[in-house]
Design a protein around this ligand. Structure first.
Ligand code: BYC
Length: 318
C-alpha cells in the first residue's frame, strides 16, 4: 500500500474513532463503500420483500381497525425501503442496479421473509418478534458511522416501534380470546421463534464481516450479543402472554445474568439464505413481476422529468 493511501486510511479510521459521521462526499476506503452498498441495499430489499408475507393478510384482516393498521404498517415498510435505497444511492450506485442485483439473486435479503404467513396470528407474531428483532438491530444502527444510514434509521426505528406494539397487541387479544385463538398464537410463536433468532446472522465465530464492521463502527454490537438481547427481552413478554417459547433449553442463568437457550439450526439458516427456504422462489417471482409490470411507470416518470427539464431550460433561455 502506498504511503499516501495508508495515511488516508489512518485519518479515516481516526475520524471514526472520534465518533465523527462519514458523509457521501468524504473520502472513504473502497471496502467501506462496498460494505455499505451491500448492507444498506440488503436492508432495503428486506423491507420491500418484507411487505409480501404481511401483504398476504391485508384483504383478510379480521376487522376494519386491524386492516387499517396493517395497511399502514406495510406502507411504512415501503417507505423504509425507499429511504434506504436513497441512502445507498449516495454511494454511487443506482436503484436500477440494486434491483437487478436482487432479481439476479446476487443481493441477499433477510432470511426471515422466506417463511409463509399461515394464519392471522402470524401477523401478530411478525410484529411482535420480527419487528422486535429488527428494532434491536436498528437502534444500534442509528449510531452507525455512515451519516445517511444513521439518519434514515432514526425515523425507521420510530415506526418500527409502533409496528412491534401493534403485533404484540394482536397476540395479546388472541391470548385473551378463545382456546382456539390462543392455540393459533402459540402455533405462530412455535414457527417464528427460531427463524427470528436467525435474523441476527450467523454466530460471531462464523460471521465474515463483524470484525471489520465493528472497527468501522458500522456494527456496534455483534450478532450474538444482539441475539442474546432479543431472547432476554422476549421471554418476559411471552410469559405475560401466557405462551411457551419452543425451546426446552431456555433457562435463566444467574451467573451470566442472561437466559441460556438451545442450539439454532444453522443448516436451516444457510439453506434459506442460499435460496432454498419455503418461499424464496415465490418472493423473488413476486418482485420480478412487480418490476416488470411497473416498467411503464418508470418510463413515464422519466419522460415527464425530461419534459420538465426541457421546459425549465427554455424558460431560463427566454
Ligand atoms: N438473512 O458476516 P455477517 C426489517 C448474510 S428488515 C440473510 O454476520 P453482516 C423488517 C450476510 O449478508 C430486517 N442473509 O454479515 C422489514 C453475509 O453474506 P454476504 C433486515 C444474512 O452484514 C419488514 C453472511 O450472511 N435488517 O427490519 O456483518 C417487516 C455473513 O453474515 C442474514 C437488516 O438488514 C440474514 N438474516 O451482519 C418487518 C439490518 N444474516 O452479504 C421488519 C441491517 C447474515 O457477505 N443489516 N446474512 O453475502 C445488518 O445489521 C447486518 O447486515 C446483519 C448481518 C446483522 C443482518
Amino acid at each position: 500500500m502506498s504511503n499516501s493511501l495508508e495515511n488516508l486510511e489512518q485519518s479515516f479510521q481516526d475520524r471514526i474513532d472520534r465518533g465523527e459521521k462519514i458523509e457521501p462526499k468524504d473520502w472513504m476506503p473502497d471496502r467501506y463503500r462496498k460494505t455499505h452498498i451491500r448492507q444498506i441495499s440488503q436492508h432495503a430489499h428486506s423491507e420491500i420483500v418484507g411487505m409480501l408475507p404481511e401483504g398476504n393478510w391485508i384483504t383478510r384482516a379480521p376487522s376494519l381497525r386491524r386492516k387499517v393498521a396493517l395497511l399502514a404498517k406495510v406502507q411504512d415498510e415501503a417507505g423504509h425501503g425507499l429511504y434506504l435505497y436513497s441512502a445507498t444511492e449516495t454511494l454511487g450506485i443506482t436503484r436500477d442496479e440494486l434491483t437487478e442485483q436482487l432479481l439476479a439473486g446476487k443481493a441477499k435479503y433477510s432470511s426471515i421473509f422466506n417463511y409463509p404467513t399461515l394464519s392471522w396470528a402470524d401477523i401478530g407474531a411478525i410484529g411482535w418478534l420480527v419487528d422486535g428483532a429488527a428494532i434491536i438491530n436498528q437502534v444500534m444502527l442509528t449510531r452507525t458511522s455512515f451519516g445517511p444510514y444513521a439518519r434514515a434509521m432514526v425515523r425507521i426505528c420510530k415506526e418500527e416501534s409502533f409496528h412491534q406494539r401493534q403485533g404484540f397487541e394482536i397476540m395479546l387479544t388472541l391470548c385473551r380470546g378463545t382456546e382456539a385463538q390462543k392455540q393459533m398464537a402459540q402455533y405462530a410463536l412455535d414457527r417464528w421463534w427460531w427463524p427470528c433468532l436467525m435474523m441476527f446472522g450467523p454466530p460471531d465465530a462464523e460471521s465474515t464481516h463483524t470484525e471489520q464492521s465493528m472497527k468501522w463502527k458500522i456494527k456496534l454490537k455483534t450478532n450474538d450479543e444482539l441475539r442474546q438481547q432479543m431472547v432476554d427481552q422476549t421471554v418476559p413478554q411471552a410469559e405475560l402472554l401466557g405462551l411457551t417459547i419452543p425451546d426446552p433449553h431456555l433457562k435463566w442463568n444467574e451467573s451470566r445474568g442472561h437466559y441460556d437457550f438451545g442450539e439454532i439450526d444453522w443448516d436451516e439458516f444457510w439453506r434459506v439464505v442460499k435460496g432454498n427456504g419455503p418461499c424464496n422462489k415465490e418472493r423473488l417471482e413476486a418482485r420480478r413481476k412487480a418490476w416488470e409490470e411497473g416498467a411503464w411507470v418508470r418510463e413515464a416518470a422519466l419522460a415527464y422529468a425530461e419534459k420538465e427539464a426541457e421546459r425549465t431550460a427554455v424558460s431560463a433561455a427566454v
